[in-house]
Design a protein around this ligand. Structure first.
Ligand code: GLC
Ligand code: MN
Length: 302
């Protein structure tokens, strides 16, 4: 009789400062709304957030585990800061390399990592089972980056945790600079561009699993063709839905997805405004959550 093996799966996201709190919560709520049965784990830099944020996160009930990664934070090296600051224009991502800690979560057989600026629109639990052959620790599954499709976007990826791969990544980072100064450049170099040398492989996931709509170039006919298949939106760039609602890209997009709503960010807001978190002393919804994450602007308060 074949032995029954139980496999442990988890979604993982990362929160390095309270500014992204609305994002983490909306992602978690969207996963829950999708009917997912897989637990969500939060990798958190506890020392970089105030107690109020921590209290909201623990009270939300959205996260099966909150893992403090303060002693495992990985900063971009001084030699990488130019790429990060000048080419990517994202100085705020100087700790994003901490994402590598996902490979250390050995309690799990397979992980689907999602950035906190993502919104799930349909059930994606099948990502834990899809893949022709067994996923090896040297594999990564991810969608193309919209800015450079030969590169994968590291906002969503599927991996099998492995200390050995984590250590190899760490050594690789010590010896090589990331070409974008953060995780996406390093992970692509390791799994994709130098795959023959490292023995690693990138498998491509459809773009509908990591659909980025706020970059400079969009392929509108394809967006219309695939609109009903989009499973995950990724709000890349400095402008996040919770930071600047009035930053409006092509209003055509809003019409495609929302009918009458004037801004694509409304997709995210519909989820965010459905959140209610009760701590011992306060009931948090929309505006109070923005206040707690120091994202409240006049336009929201009016
Ligand atoms: C891209 C990815 C993001 C990553 C960053 C830095 O913006 O979407 O996940 O952290 O590049 O490499
Ligand atoms: Mn992101």
């Amino acid at each position: 009789m074949a032995e029954k093996t139980t496999r442990k799966f988890a979604y993982v996201t990362l929160l390095l400062n309270s500014g992204y709190l609305p994002g983490s919560l909306a992602l978690a709520k969207s996963l829950r709304d999708s009917g997912s049965t897989i637990p969500l784990i939060l990798l958190l830099s506890k020392s970089n957030i105030p107690f109020e944020t921590y209290n909201i996160l623990t009270s939300s009930g959205y996260f099966e585990r909150i893992i403090n990664i303060d002693s495992d934070l990985i900063a971009s090296k001084a030699e990488e800061r130019y790429q990060l600051d000048e080419y990517l224009k994202r100085s705020d991502l100087h700790l994003a390399m901490s994402k590598l800690n996902v490979w250390r979560l050995m309690d799990y057989d397979r992980i689907v990592y999602l950035d906190s600026d993502m919104l799930v629109r349909g059930n994606i639990d099948h990502l834990f089972n899809d893949h022709e052959q067994e996923l090896k620790p040297t594999d990564i599954i991810a969608a193309s980056d919209s800015g450079w499709p030969d590169i994968f976007n590291s906002g969503l990826f599927i991996i099998k945790p492995s200390i050995e791969v984590f250590e190899k990544l760490h050594t690789f980072h010590r010896e090589n600079n990331s070409f974008d100064g953060a995780d996406q450049g390093l992970l692509n170099e390791f799994f994709n561009l130098r795959g023959t040398e490292t023995g690693c492989h990138w498998y491509r996931l459809p773009f509908t699993y990591n659909c980025t709509l706020n970059s400079n170039y969009e392929y509108l006919p394809a967006l219309i063709r695939f609109k009903d298949e989009i499973k995950v939106f990724h709000f890349i760039g400095l402008n996040k839905p919770w930071k600047n609602y009035n930053f409006c890209f092509n209003p055509t997009y809003a019409k495609i997805f929302n009918g009458e709503q004037d801004n694509l960010y409304a997709l995210w807001w519909n989820t965010f405004q459905s959140i209610q978190i009760d701590t011992a002393s306060t009931s948090y919804t929309g505006i109070r959550l923005l206040e707690a994450s120091e994202n409240l602007q006049r336009s929201f308060a009016d």
